[in-house]
Design a protein around this ligand. Structure first.
Ligand code: GCB
Length: 593
């Protein structure tokens, strides 16, 4: 599936705006065929946005189950004879879509795109009613997992990750047109042979008949630097300008389907950054050079709009990354908007791309998320069907993001149970699958303190060891001297694995404006001292190839006594003001680069 684009042969229409919106607490909408007419008792809702905080209504914020969105679209007159497609960049966590009275698509998984060919259901110049039922329920067979428990007070959604379960239509919705003969997929893998860039490409098309594929490669100035006929092939670029961290240089690969008479039936532009990624011993290499990650785990999280994509915050967040000297981030804990990855490509920011497999450990956060009264892996909890949903999430992530030069590691889970035989059996095929899908990038997952060195049975599969550790916060809180000793001891054990180690999370909750002379947990001084302690440890361990502070900014969580107005481990507040730690990181990271 290709992201909708305006090209010489394609056109798109953005359907964002205010849609009709209705909660469906009793699950009456499907039987009542709500898609056949204007939604009953509808209010209006912004798209894109999480619906939860927009309405100022606890019933909306805490709703469990389906909500309904509806809009009317006028199909552009000029699209007669075209293939017409309805495309959702995401619907969290699953959705069913109707065009007028006809069901056109269902999709599981909250962070990847899906679409339906609606050519036979709409008419150019006419209107169509689009209705979407979006379900936020987390089950043991969803990614992330959860369970709805029946309690005396009614159903309650439980899950084992701390960020709030925002839901809705978080990203763009498009109606777009392509010719009947159209390109359906493009895959590009790049290599460097000294100063020559090598591009291996594969094109897929449908309805193409005798039309043949060809590609034209242009540099950033628009000068043609390569051409080739054929649906697969290799292009070489002499004196290539590689994509590199801090230098988001992109070529434009125009893919065309050309008819026997020489007409361009379809055209699509794929940006390409020519770079290599590899692991050599305990080094992480980009273009053959050791790379040290500085940056954060982030969240898509804003006041009011929740996980709704916002371009102004996209640009602002990247401006802050550059200000602070961060060269990278992880899309914790789900695939982010494609706008984020496109922008990372252009800004030369390095990305660790993560699937939404977070909270696959019912013991995580015992006391934060309630008691661990389920086994993690069992026939009735996380099981083979969950693994198939997880596998599909990986397939969709790789399919969507494979051409982004910014993406250098696939992260296939965050802090799963990883110290058991069941975990080893669950994850082995998922690592194999990811490597089959993309042999060009390292694969990893974020390990947590419950499976330290010697106990983790999943780290054997990872090309890079990504460790989330909170020495001085959850472990030995307030005692940074003891934390420093314990942390160094554990890290030295991992150092012996001869794999690169990325500290994928370390952080301390910090209430902005809270101060103390002797660093006390929750103060700005403690966050600074905590980070300094961690950095001393990292600098003593050879295999550490990067540091991602948890978190870039404060973010919303489920309610809990360990959270004060959300998770406060942000180096920036939720509205992006720096805490004292931001200035300390800036000093360290600008020196590194
Ligand atoms: C973790 C999780 C992250 C949490 C963080 C915390 O280990 O990966 O999602 O937000 O800890 O602050 O507790």
């Amino acid at each position: 599936m290709l992201r909708p684009q305006d090209t010489a042969t394609r056109e798109r229409k953005l359907l964002n705006g205010l849609w009709r919106f209705a909660l469906d607490p009793g699950g009456a909408g499907r039987a009542g065929r709500w898609f056949t007419a204007a939604l009953p008792r509808a209010r209006e809702m912004a798209v894109p946005a999480s619906y939860n905080d927009v309405a100022a209504d606890a019933r909306v914020r805490d709703h469990i189950g389906e909500v309904w969105y509806q809009t009317e679209v006028r199909v552009p007159r000029g699209w007669a004879g075209d293939r017409i497609v309805l495309h959702f960049e995401s619907a969290t966590h699953r959705a069913t879509v109707w065009v007028d009275d006809t069901e056109v698509v269902s999709h599981e998984g909250g962070y990847t795109p899906f679409e339906a060919d609606v050519t036979n259901l709409v008419a150019a110049g006419g209107t169509a009613r689009i209705t979407v039922a979006v379900d936020n329920t987390l089950t043991f067979e969803s990614v992330p997992p959860g369970v709805v428990e029946d309690t005396a007070a009614g159903p309650r959604q439980r899950y084992w990750h701390d960020f709030f379960n925002y839901a809705g239509l978080h990203r763009n919705v498009w109606l777009y047109a392509t010719p009947a003969a159209h390109i359906t997929d493009i895959a590009v893998v790049t290599d460097l042979d000294e100063s020559t860039g090598v591009l291996h490409y594969v094109i897929e098309a449908a309805g193409a008949g005798s039309a043949a594929a060809q590609v034209v490669l242009r540099d950033a100035d628009g000068t043609v630097v390569g051409r080739r006929h054929g649906a697969r092939g290799v292009l070489t670029v002499a004196d290539v300008h590689p994509w590199a961290p801090g230098d988001g240089y992109l070529y434009d690969l125009e893919v065309q389907l050309v008819t026997a008479t020489g007409d361009v039936a379809d055209s699509y532009h794929q940006s390409v950054g020519v770079r290599t990624v590899s692991v050599a011993g305990n080094r992480f290499l980009i273009n053959g050079e050791p790379f040290y990650f500085t940056g954060f785990g982030k969240h898509e999280d804003l006041a009011v709009t929740g996980k709704g994509h916002n371009d102004a915050f996209l640009v602002h967040d990247f401006a802050l990354l550059e200000w602070i000297g961060a060269n990278s981030f992880r899309t914790s804990h789900y695939p982010y908007s494609e706008d984020v990855l496109d922008y990372a490509d252009r800004r030369g920011i390095v990305v660790i791309d993560e699937v939404a497999a977070v909270g696959l450990n019912v013991r995580t956060g015992e006391g934060v998320f309630g008691a661990a009264d389920y086994p993690t892996f069992s026939d009735d909890t996380i099981n083979e069907r969950t693994r198939e949903v997880h596998a599909q999430a990986i397939r969709e992530l790789v399919a969507r993001d494979k051409n982004h030069p910014s993406v250098v590691i696939w992260s296939i889970a965050n802090e799963p149970e990883s110290g058991t035989e069941a975990a080893e059996a669950y994850f082995r095929p998922l690592f194999e699958l990811t490597r089959e899908l993309d042999a060009s990038r390292p694969v990893s997952f974020a390990n947590d303190a419950s499976a330290p060195h010697g106990r983790c049975r999943v780290a054997q599969f990872a090309d890079v060891l990504m460790l989330n550790r909170y020495y001085g916060w959850y472990v030995l809180p307030g005692d940074l001297a003891a934390a420093e000793i314990a942390w160094e001891e554990e890290l030295r054990a991992w150092d012996g694995e001869n794999k690169p180690i990325l500290i994928a999370e370390y952080g301390a909750d910090t209430y902005p404006g809270l101060h103390s002379v002797a660093p006390q947990p929750w103060t700005e001084e403690y966050q600074v001292a905590y980070l300094d302690m961690n950095h001393r440890v990292f600098d003593r361990i050879d295999a550490v190839v990067g540091e991602h502070v948890w978190n870039f900014a404060d973010f919303a969580t489920m309610p809990g006594i360990q959270r004060v107005g959300g998770n406060r481990k942000g180096v920036f507040t939720r509205d992006r003001r720096p805490k004292a730690a931001a200035h300390v990181l800036r000093q360290r990271w600008l020196k590194e680069s």
